[in-house]
Design a protein around this ligand. Structure first.
Ligand code: ADP
Ligand code: MG
Length: 429
């Protein structure tokens, strides 16, 4: 039992937008309790209402229905104890970094000298000392975002809401800033009592949050509330970390059948080894991008063949792959993107590779191959050895095709390499 005081309570919160014919439900019946000490991440496809929820929680907009309590009381209007940090922080270009931070205290009615002292202190804490008198244009993206954090933190909010705060930054700045925020939070150096962070990045959520709420859309709703029972600092490569990541992926992938049935078994194990569909990843990506553009991310499979000008065998292999990897679900002749499929379709090349790698690692045939590679001294296997093993399951032609697919997918995911000269497979370091 968590005995910490309750900070925030949402009860059957719903939000509708538009009017008349065009009225629709953006979020439906959200129930959420946040206590002091919690770092909660909100994860879900774009359009599921994450930003809407943050605006309702901070009081920037009233909900259409439901009740919101802050420390047990209804909080009409903007909540003075909560602050939002947005994806790109709008700093005033004509003010210095220090003035940009101090201005947040003006509304609080603090005297000028106190505003300056507090702003200097906040800039110190995010590592921007020495840049007080610089203008925003003189700062890198990462430093501007830090100034944004300082501006949010200087008001000492009890509830810090972050809307994809790292997504506009390059990989290195994002990682550095994540680390700094975690240090401030876990070190108790800020008076913030709870953090609610919207994220698009599954590993980021598992790295930072204690609790992950997964949402889905049409209408926007909560589908899972998972806890992350790992101490800080977290090791991304550890088995415990990966287990939580897998759990979140499975939720986002909307898996319908039991895993053993869906994935088959590994070669040599009792049961059916599942044949990998003959599919190029670029074709799969094109299908997911196409679905991502459609209303409700859904299409009639038999019409898709015409629309995409594909022969139906090829299309069915693509559909099978999308389902096998958890990027889509199939029901009643329709294919629908899952949250994970949508995340993939909208992700950068690098993030796509990461998602793809996580997904193929759970296929028994990949697990089997990776385990064999790891067991060898030089982390390499001759092509012929793998081919022979696969021929126990498949015809020689099919075994060769399965090898091609394993190498093709494994290379894309950057977990396997193949060397033509010595005809050997390698494990990527
Ligand atoms: P997310 O942050 O998860 O991407 P949003 O909260 O921004 O989702 O949007 C949820 C849905 O509500 C989307 O369909 C979006 O187009 C719609 N929406 C958001 N804000 C408004 C608004 N002010 N007026 C009308 N529709 C809106
Ligand atoms: Mg948003």
């Amino acid at each position: 039992m968590n005995e910490q005081p309750i900070l925030l309570e949402l009860n059957e919160i719903s939000q509708q937008y538009g009017s008349g014919e065009r009225r629709f439900t953006a979020v439906e019946k959200i129930n959420l309790t946040m206590r002091e000490g919690e770092f909660v991440a909100l994860l879900g496809p774009s359009g599921c209402g994450k930003s809407t929820l943050l605006r309702i929680i901070t009081g920037l907009q009233p909900a259409t229905a439901g009740t919101l309590l802050y420390r047990g009381r209804p909080s009409p209007g903007v909540n003075p104890h909560a602050t939002i940090v947005f994806q790109t922080f709008a700093l005033f270009p004509w003010l210095t970094v220090l003035e940009n931070v101090a201005v947040a205290l003006k509304v609080k009615g603090l005297p000028s000298d106190l505003r300056t002292t507090r702003a200097i202190d906040a800039l110190d804490r995010v590592g921007l000392d020495g840049f007080e008198n610089a203008y925003p244009r003189e700062l890198s993206g990462g430093m501007r975002q830090k100034a944004g954090f300082a501006r949010a933190m200087v008001t000492e909010p009890e509830l810090l809401c972050l809307d994809e705060p790292f997504s506009a930054l390059d990989v290195l700045s994002a990682e550095a800033l994540r680390g700094e925020l975690l240090e401030l939070w876990t070190g108790g150096q800020i008076p913030t009592k709870a953090i609610l962070m919207v994220s698009h990045n599954i590993e980021e959520a598992v790295f930072m949050a204690d609790r992950i709420i997964v949402m889905d859309k049409n209408p926007g709703r909560m589908v899972a509330d998972l806890s992350v029972p790992l101490p800080h600092p977290r090791q991304r490569k550890s088995a415990e970390f990966q287990a939580v990541v897998d759990q979140v992926y499975a939720t986002l992938a909307g898996q319908t059948r039991p895993e053993h049935e869906e994935l088959g078994t590994a070669p040599g194990e009792p049961g059916m080894t599942r044949r990998l569909p003959h599919v190029a990843i670029s074709d799969l990506a094109a299908l997911l991008e196409y679905l991502d553009e459609l209303p409700r991310n859904q299409a009639d499979i038999y019409r898709l063949a015409d629309e995409l000008n594909l022969d139906s065998d090829h299309l069915l292999s693509l559909v099978e792959t999308a389902e096998l990897l958890g990027f889509a679900t199939i029901a009643k002749g329709d294919i629908t993107l899952t949250g994970l499929g949508e995340t993939f379709a909208e992700a950068s090349i690098l993030a796509r590779k990461e998602i793809f790698a996580t997904r193929i690692r759970r296929l028994p045939i990949f697990k089997w191959l990776l385990a064999m590679l790891r067991a060898t001294e030089r982390k390499q296997l001759d092509w012929g050895v793998v081919q022979t093993a696969l021929e126990l399951e498949f015809s020689p032609q099919e075994a060769a095709r399965q090898m091609d697919i394993l190498v093709d997918w494994g290379r894309y995911a950057e977990i396997l390499a193949y060397n033509d000269d010595d005809e050997a497979l390698y494990l990527e370091p």
